[in-house]
Design a protein around this ligand. Structure first.
Ligand code: HPA
Ligand SMILES: [Zn+2]
Length: 335
């Protein structure tokens, strides 16, 4: 088998970022929205970015087509079919509820649709709603209070959207409430932000994982902290190239992260926008920086180590990785 298809967990994927142009066209038709073009290829070609904000602008605009429980169901169902083909056994899926509720979409439709599709999939799925940085810390705390009555639908919280100008410490109260409620905690930090932002997040948010975290490498003390605490990084190689966090995949810092002793996982972030799902990320990174099958196997194992799933389930998946990796591994073309 292709080592890029090994059993794995995907720990950094935004469900709104799995909105493929074909579904954009369907949703627009469903809701009577006129698009500049109904050609999925043209919509796909327009998904070009210069930085995080230029991506977020397109991502939030397209996500406005998600209106009903059926829409959220169909979005998640399509992602899970593709993820299963990528070898994903476990998906911890981000969503941006504030972007939907501020448009008048009820939380019941968002959580209900996503959870129904998850329950019908063989992939183990849990949801992780994110606080939107551009709406600020008071809105984050208020949002969490409105999510808590739907607690059975999610296992943790995250922090995403515009990083520059929105440092993490202000979100401390929202994270403290999440911790008090027994929720897992992760945050996007150090994608466009600095190593100092990563240190601040570690100091103030009580995070168990770090999403992206690329700029941690700029400060040896921050790297040592991440290494000594075993805080996993959810790294997204194709996203980093698309948003110009790295100049080229060949210069991706993942080998340096491994060399520094960090726990690293590979993920797709927003696969409908950045040119590939999680298996494509494993494959592209392997080809660009020369990862061995043994290193890909270690990355697959690390994805389960870093997961919020139950220990017994993690053990079973790790055994499955070891069994698959001990069978002959051969390169394959992209699926
Ligand atoms: O990579 C990202 N960074 C911040 N916010 C996001 N929302 C979706 N993807 C991202
Ligand atoms: Zn992300």
């Amino acid at each position: 088998m292709d080592a890029a298809l090994l059993p794995k967990a995907e720990l950094h994927v935004h469900v709104e970022g799995t909105l493929e142009p074909e579904l954009v066209v369907d949703l627009a038709r469903r809701h009577g929205v006129v698009l500049p073009t109904t050609d999925p290829a043209a919509l796909r070609a327009a998904r070009r970015f210069t930085d995080l904000q230029s991506f977020l602008d397109q991502y939030y605009e397209a996500a406005e087509l998600l209106r009903t429980e059926q829409d959220f169901h169909d979005l998640m169902a399509a992602y899970l079919v593709r993820a299963e083909r990528a070898g994903v056994r476990r998906a911890e899926v981000f969503l941006d509820p504030q972007h939907h509720t501020e448009r008048g979409v009820p939380l019941e439709a968002v959580f209900g649709g996503l959870s129904a599709a998850a329950a019908a999939s063989p992939v183990s799925v849990d949801l992780v709603p994110c606080f939107l940085r551009h709406l600020g810390p008071d809105a984050a705390l208020e949002a969490l209070r409105t999510w808590l009555p739907h607690r059975e639908h999610f296992v943790g919280v995250g922090l995403d959207s515009t990083e520059v100008g929105n440092p993490p410490a202000a979100y401390g109260p929202a994270y403290a409430l999440a911790a008090a409620e027994g929720l897992h905690r992760t945050a996007h930090v150090g994608e466009e932000g600095t190593a100092a932002d990563v240190a601040e997040a570690l100091d103030t948010l009580g995070i168990e994982r770090l999403d992206h975290g690329n700029h941690s490498l700029d400060d040896a003390e921050v790297v040592a902290r991440l290494r000594d605490t075993g805080t996993p990084l959810t790294v997204c190689p194709l996203s980093n190239v698309a948003l110009r966090v790295v100049d080229a995949l060949e210069q991706h810092p993942l080998p340096a992260m491994l060399e520094a002793g960090l726990v690293v996982t590979v993920n797709s972030d927003d696969p409908a926008y950045f040119g590939g799902y999680v298996d494509d990320n494993y494959r592209a990174l392997r080809d660009a920086v020369g990862l061995t099958d043994g290193q890909l196997t270690a990355l697959a194992l690390a994805s389960f180590d870093a997961s919020f799933a139950e220990p017994a389930a993690k053990d079973a998946w790790r055994a499955e990785v070891r069994a698959a990796a001990s069978a002959p591994l051969a390169p394959q073309t992209a699926s």
